[in-house]
Design a protein around this ligand. Structure first.
Ligand code: PEP
Ligand code: CO
Length: 453
């Protein structure tokens, strides 16, 4: 049996690790970690390198990143239909963005591993009863009972198997002909025809139609007609799990976290002297870090030193989540100082996490207009500084849920209860996601034009 101490990347142990569950049975945890340490990789080192190359293009301004998926995946939702609908939505968004930006769109899902959540409170109180907070299906159950909320390490194994099953579906849908660009465009035309705001996007859809007709007339068959590159990502929160899934690449002798192509460090776990930054600094995967509005430029520069000491484009992405009301004030100083330091990070906008509020009904929600406004602010800042707005990071689903308000189909605060299914944060539904993609496409299209044009 491999002991916990012998599993690969361990240098983070002994450092303060925020947001870790208190597992009731250390021995049971150890047994699970041994199994995971012996399990086959979920992704391959070469694929992680490929994504790093793609993100280098993003950092240089030659590509755009679309990263999206659930706030928290759940074991119950590992079904071909649910995964398909998420992929379908992301592919539709990517098609529009590719056309409008005239650069490749790098597609990354918050998928196949997004099973653990940082929480602002360690416990939750309902009707005078206090229990541990839900920390994602990888840790405990959403069910508000003492048994449900007790962390169970067997769930880490379920996380691995759920991730494997999901990745299998993702790989089938993105390479098996389903992702054919012509089909994706047909879906977008359906959206334009059926959405209440569809006519706004007719021109763009018609232009894409013409471009595809032109390719057809030339008998061109780009490989994107048959398959598309798609990568997985999640927050590397549970360091026991992530480190058990590190493997040494036999080609280069370097360590990779083979649980996902890209891993990110969340806003609550990015302490410079903490375990998460130490862990990420030891693996070769592309790394992203979330940055909220309270971040100082010095802190961001220190993160660059820790995580990207060689200033290698594609290694490090900063996902900023400032809030629509702060992005225009806070982002410029940050981008300016990081750029001046010579670092070549990819700048990604998460317009979700800075714009959450609680509706009178008690539902956690976000306004579509705030989400869009943060993206607009992000583009404005980069345009002013002459830097590249590298991409967007969104919480979305392929289903018609009612979790965020506004958007083309105009979901109101009173509608939230109709179909609110997120185990954690509110997601854009299919229509809201496509609406956002068309609007971002227009922003990108005009980003070089002077204000007012
Ligand atoms: C998330 O991405 O779901 C999340 C918790 O984000 P952040 O770390 O930015 O708060
Ligand atoms: Co979230």
């Amino acid at each position: 049996m491999i002991s916990r101490q012998n599993t690969p990347v361990q240098s983070w142990r002994g450092l303060p690790a925020a947001q870790q569950p208190t597992w009731p049975d250390e021995h049971a945890l150890g047994t699970v970690l041994c199994d995971l340490a012996a399990a086959p990789p979920l992704v391959f080192a070469g694929e992680c390198d490929q994504l790093r190359t793609r993100l280098a293009s993003v950092a240089r301004g030659e590509a755009f990143l679309l990263q999206g998926g659930d706030c928290a995946e759940s074991f119950d939702a590992v079904s071909a239909d649910q995964v398909r609908d998420k992929i379908k939505t992301l592919l539709q968004m990517a098609a529009v963005l590719t056309y409008a930006s005239s650069v490749p769109v790098v597609k990354v899902g918050r998928i196949a591993g997004q099973y653990s959540k940082p929480r602002s409170q360690p416990t939750e109180r309902r009707d005078g009863i206090e229990l541990p907070a839900y920390r994602g299906d990888a840790v405990n159950s959403l069910e508000f009972t003492p048994e449900g909320r007790t962390p169970d390490p067997e769930r880490l194994k379920r996380m691995y198997h759920a991730s494997a099953a999901t990745l299998n579906i993702v790989r089938a849908f993105t390479t098996g002909g389903y992702a054919d660009l012509r089909q994706v465009h047909d879906w977008n035309q359906d959206f334009v025809a059926s959405s209440p705001v569809g006519e706004r996007y007719e021109r763009l859809a018609r232009e894409i139609d013409k471009a595809l007709a032109f390719l057809k007339a030339c008998a061109a068959e780009p490989s994107e007609f048959r398959s598309t590159e798609f990568f997985s990502s999640h927050e590397a929160l549970l360091l026991d799990y992530e480190s058990a899934l590190t493997r040494k690449d036999s080609r280069t002798g370097q360590w990779y976290d083979v649980s996902a192509h890209l891993i990110w460090i969340g806003e609550r776990t990015r302490q410079l002297d903490g375990a998460h930054v130490e862990f990420a600094s030891r693996v070769r995967n592309p790394i992203a870090v979330k940055l909220g509005s309270a971040v100082g430029a010095d802190e961001a520069l220190a993160l660059v030193d820790r995580l990207d000491p060689d200033r290698e484009p594609g290694r490090l992405s900063f996902i900023t989540r400032m809030g629509a009301d702060k992005v225009r004030d806070v982002l410029p100083g940050l981008v300016e100082k990081v750029t001046a330091s010579g670092a070549q990070v990819a700048w990604i906008c998460d317009p979700m996490h800075g714009n959450t509020f609680t509706a009178p009904s008690g539902h956690k929600t976000r306004r579509f207009d705030d989400v869009l406004d943060e993206v607009k602010g992000f583009f404005e800042v980069h345009r002013e500084l002459g830097t590249h707005p590298g991409g967007i990071h969104v919480e979305l689903t392929g289903e018609d849920v009612t979790e965020c308000v506004g958007g083309g189909a105009e979901i109101r605060l009173d509608d939230l209860a109709q179909r609110y299914e997120s185990a954690c944060d509110p997601r854009l539904n299919r229509y809201q996601s496509l609406d956002l993609a068309f609007q971002v496409a227009e922003l990108y299209h005009h980003r070089r034009a002077p204000q007012g044009e």
